[in-house]
Design a protein around this ligand. Structure first.
Ligand SMILES: C[S@@+](CC[C@H](N)C(=O)[O-])C[C@H]1O[C@@H](n2cnc3c(N)ncnc32)[C@H](O)[C@@H]1O
Length: 201
């Protein structure tokens, strides 16, 4: 799936494709989170990660090009009684504010190489001083597994690609290997991922 309409179709049913619970790697950031931090959830889909951050007291902006996803994110936030700013936009076109976020969550957003470079540069600029960037994505070792991810290998992440795109940031943590996913119907089972945390100087 590579365009907004395809994601709208995927999000069109009543369920949550990746569940309503946050990504486990993001959840592990809890000790680093403080109420009032400004967070950006990139490609937030149906909002599971943005809403979880909002529940921790963060001021969250969710961006995704799927209007159906953003509508479900807004509804999930309302149901949980938290504020969530949703923006329906293509990340490559979105005018990201500069120096505006203390945390950026980039969870399972797999972009074509040129777009990935554009969005990564924007993300780096959007971080405030000392801001954190959390990344989790599938790696090429995921091929053959049925636990999710894009078919096109050009869209996949590696640790070295992450270090390259976020070279201006300090690498705090990086795991590249096998995890057990339990994230809605679309991410089930063992998976090959990179999970990394960077910090802006
Ligand atoms: C695998 S889903 C992950 C959703 C969410 N991050 C999560 O972990 O539940 C990938 C998301 O990236 C979004 N996406 C992909 N390319 C995008 C782009 N160029 N601009 C905005 N959103 C995009 C899709 O619409 C989709 O919601």
């Amino acid at each position: 799936m590579s365009d907004a309409a395809a994601w709208d179709a995927r999000y069109g049913d009543g369920g949550f494709a990746f569940g309503e619970a946050p990504n486990r790697g993001l959840e592990a950031l809890l000790p680093r989170l403080r109420p009032g931090m400004r967070a950006l959830a990139l490609g937030d889909g149906e909002g599971r990660n943005g809403v979880w951050l909002a529940e921790r007291g963060l001021a969250v902006t969710s961006v995704d090009w799927s209007a159906a996803g953003m509508a479900k994110a807004a509804a999930l936030a309302a149901r949980r009684g938290v504020a969530l700013r949703t923006v329906t936009a293509d990340l490559t076109q979105w005018d990201a504010p500069v120096g505006a976020f203390d945390l950026i969550a980039w969870v399972y957003v797999h972009l074509p190489p040129d777009d990935r470079a554009v969005v990564a540069a924007k993300a780096v600029r959007a971080l405030a001083r000392g801001g954190l960037l959390f990344l989790e994505g599938f790696t090429p070792a995921q091929e053959g597994r049925r636990s999710g991810g894009p078919r096109d290998p050009a869209l996949l992440w590696t640790g070295s690609l992450a270090r390259q795109h976020f070279a201006g940031l300090e690498l705090l943590e990086c795991l590249e290997g096998t995890v057990l996913l339990d994230e809605g119907p679309k991410h089930q089972g063992h998976a090959e991922v990179v999970r990394a945390l960077f910090r802006a100087p």
